[in-house]
Each structure stands twice: as structure tokens, then as C-alpha cells.
Design a protein around this ligand. Structure first.
Ligand SMILES: [Zn+2]
Length: 245
């Protein structure tokens, strides 16, 4: 097995501003999985946009019991969080939350969305099944990761895949790099300590999901303290695949 390369560094590999498309399952996934990195990228001058595959309507609670009205609430919360991080636009494909499927039709749709946006870098989440010993990855997270991988390679850049899209005027897109967040098998680790605070500010915009904001911030600060006894830095981990240089 390939040795893990851990680079707890601030990321400055890209000389030119990059067009970065983050494709994830739910509102709040970008900020939870990689909010520090997104904040760093926008500060470095890269353009980051979101494509969320669902509106997160199953994230109901006593306070927000109605999934149908939660759709709009969560979209607004996601746009507010994106604003904090300097991200835009934020688009939604409105698949059914919790029931996202890895199928040909969804792959076709995602290829078209990628071809429309022509990103340099695509980011999603690792379609792994388990974390450590106590956590099953959400099926939508797995599906979002698989769909994104299948859309990026080999389809988006190859005009032989979904040629009707090319006939309609879309251009094949050769993605430069694919980054997978939420991975237990990282090959790059970024030190995004200085973006800890802004990530929490963005997460606090997901009001329907986090409960009391003050308690939420306290919980995360405590979690960081416990996790980093020997090293107070905050890291985010990725599986980075360089598809072309
Ligand atoms: Zn999620």
C-alpha cells in the first residue's frame, strides 16, 4: 500500500486562480467537511462554487418538523454560510435527501453540470463505507462521491460520453484535480488553523441544524482541544488525485 503523505502545510501549489467546484450531498456538508480549506482557497483568490445534490429536507427536528418547508430554509442557510466563506454561486439539484442514487441518469446530469461550469478542480467526499470503528458513512455522502468520481472520470472530458450534450453546445471538460474530503485515507493534509474561526462562523449559519449557536461553538472548541492535545493546529485531510498537470 502506498505510504501516506501528510503535508500539514498551507496550500499554495496553484499559481493561477483556479475555478473550484465543490459537489456534495447536503447543505452544511461543505462547511463541516472542509470549511477551513474553502476559506483558505477563496482568500488565496480562487473561485469556489457549490453544487449540492439535495436540499437536506430530512434534517428535521422538533423545531423544524416539516421537511417541505425545510428545503427553502436550508438553501438560504447554505447561501448565507457560503457568503461567509466568499463562495458563490450555490446551486442545488434537488434530489431526494437520503435517497440519492448512483445511476446512469444522475451521472449524465452531473457530467452536464460539470461541462457547463468548466471547473479546474472538483471536490467531493470519499465514497468510503466506514469511519474507524463507530461510524457508517451516510449513503448520500457515498453516492455523491461515487457520482462525482464517475462524472469526472472518464466521462466529463471525453466527447464520446453523452455526445448529445456536446451536440447541444457543451464542451468536454478535462478536470485538473479531484479532491475527496471526509476520507480516512488522505494523501494531503492542510494546516487551516487560521480559518478555524471563520469556519465556525459559516457553520453557525446552518441554524436549523446546529441547535443553540453558543453551545455549538463551545462543543467544537472543546472537541478541538481534546483532539489536539499535542498539537493545537487544525488540519483538514483529503485524498488528492492529480489528473493532469
Ligand atoms: Zn451530509
Amino acid at each position: 500500500m502506498e505510504a501516506k503523505t501528510i503535508n500539514p502545510v498551507k496550500f499554495n501549489d496553484w499559481e493561477e486562480p483556479q475555478n473550484i467546484l465543490v459537489i456534495l450531498a447536503h447543505p452544511d456538508d461543505p462547511e463541516f467537511f472542509m470549511g477551513g480549506t474553502i476559506a483558505m482557497w477563496t482568500k488565496l483568490g480562487h473561485k469556489v462554487s457549490y453544487l449540492l445534490l439535495t436540499a437536506g429536507e430530512r434534517g428535521v427536528s422538533d423545531q423544524y418538523p416539516d421537511g417541505e418547508s425545510l428545503k427553502d430554509i436550508r438553501k438560504t442557510e447554505q447561501r448565507n454560510a457560503a457568503n461567509v466563506l466568499g463562495v458563490g454561486p450555490v446551486d442545488f439539484l434537488n434530489h431526494s435527501d437520503g435517497l440519492l442514487e448512483v445511476n446512469l441518469e444522475n451521472r449524465r446530469q452531473l457530467v452536464a453540470e460539470i461541462r457547463k461550469r468548466q471547473p479546474d478542480i472538483v471536490v467531493s467526499s470519499d465514497p468510503q463505507t466506514f469511519f474507524h470503528t463507530h461510524y457508517i458513512n451516510h449513503p448520500d455522502h457515498r453516492a455523491a462521491g461515487l457520482l462525482t468520481m464517475e462524472a469526472v472520470f472518464p466521462a466529463a472530458g471525453n466527447p464520446g460520453f453523452f455526445p448529445e450534450q456536446i451536440e447541444e453546445g457543451l464542451k468536454p471538460t478535462q478536470i485538473r484535480e479531484l479532491w475527496m474530503s471526509l476520507t480516512v485515507d488522505p494523501n494531503i493534509t492542510l494546516d487551516v488553523s487560521e480559518y478555524w474561526q471563520i469556519r465556525l462562523e459559516a457553520l453557525k449559519k446552518h441554524i436549523s441544524q446546529i441547535g443553540d449557536p453558543a453551545a455549538f461553538v463551545q462543543k467544537w472548541n472543546q472537541r478541538r482541544q481534546e483532539a489536539t492535545e499535542s498539537d493545537s493546529n487544525y488540519y483538514e485531510h483529503f485524498r488528492r488525485v492529480i489528473l493532469r498537470v
